[in-house]
Design a protein around this ligand. Structure first.
Ligand code: UDP
Length: 252
């Protein structure tokens, strides 16, 4: 958050975070797959007070045509915040922040999508923030990656994303708004995970300052958090698949 306020606010009280979480504890996550009828794939995801929805279209013909790539699919990613998603009304439409988030998120997603299978086509990912409480880019990436699976887009793995913050000289996982605003550093991570194994870092950003040791610790904390998110993403996908296969069976 570029509007970081230098902090008189105490964020750790009696060894606890303001919302009662442990330092390495995620906010509650809730994932629903296939919530939109008109998208090829979709996902609604809550990460604490964040509420986001992702819609995927494609692979399909690219418009305008000249943007098509003869050897692979073109991936587009649009991050957008609803005017009512934040405390002070967000002016609708793209701004510098959302353009930057869209770019780095697209690059993360491109690490897992098997683009080479779909020359000349386009895969469009739209993510909408309905309610924001810090970490919206991470929540959106988690939703986008599930929506891509729901769309049947062939993927090398999943993207699982979470931030680590430094508050009152302590590293905390998945910071909420107060920790993001008044903390000393904020480091969003996204990992490419395949077969329960972290293959690579697909996104890494940072504002504020941490020491080399703190950064190493932050990375370990983020990896652990991302693995928990990965399991929940897999569960959500499985849950939808099982309901559908039961429906098919009961039709027989
Ligand atoms: N935020 C806001 N208005 C804005 C942009 C951000 O109130 O125009 C809030 C919102 O809660 C967001 C948080 O600031 O989640 C942190 O924003 P940041 O730019 O760090 O991105 P995020 O952490 O959401 O990925």
């Amino acid at each position: 958050d570029l509007n970081r306020l230098s902090g008189d606010i105490q964020l750790i009280v009696d060894g606890k975070r303001l919302d009662g979480r442990g330092f390495d504890e995620l906010r509650p996550i809730n994932i629903k797959v296939g919530v939109l009828k008109r998208a090829d794939g979709s996902c609604y995801l809550e990460m604490g007070k964040n509420k986001v929805v992702a819609a995927v279209y494609g692979p399909r013909e690219v418009h305008p045509r000249h943007l098509a790539d003869p050897v692979k699919a073109v991936v587009r990613y649009r991050y957008s915040m609803a005017p009512f998603s934040v405390e002070e009304r967000k002016r609708p439409g793209p701004d510098r922040r959302s353009i930057e988030i869209s770019k780095v998120s697209r690059e993360a997603i491109e690490a897992v999508v098997m683009k080479e299978l779909f020359p000349r086509s386009g895969i469009d990912v739209f993510v909408e923030v309905l309610q924001a409480d810090a970490g919206t880019r991470t929540a959106c990436l988690n939703a986008a990656s599930v929506a891509l699976v729901d769309a049947g887009v062939p993927m090398r793995g999943l993207i699982s994303s979470v931030a680590v913050a430094k508050v009152d000289d302590i590293l905390v996982l998945d910071p909420m708004k107060e920790e993001d605003n008044y903390g000393q550093a904020d480091i969003p991570f996204a990992f490419f995970i395949r077969n329960d194994k972290i293959e690579s870092i697909a996104l890494l950003q940072m504002d504020g300052r941490v020491s080399r040791d703190e950064f190493k610790q932050a990375l370990e904390m983020a990896k652990k958090g991302a693995m928990e998110i990965y399991q929940m993403q897999k569960e959500a996908i499985k849950a939808k698949y099982m309901i559908e296969s039961e429906e098919v069976n009961s039709d027989e």
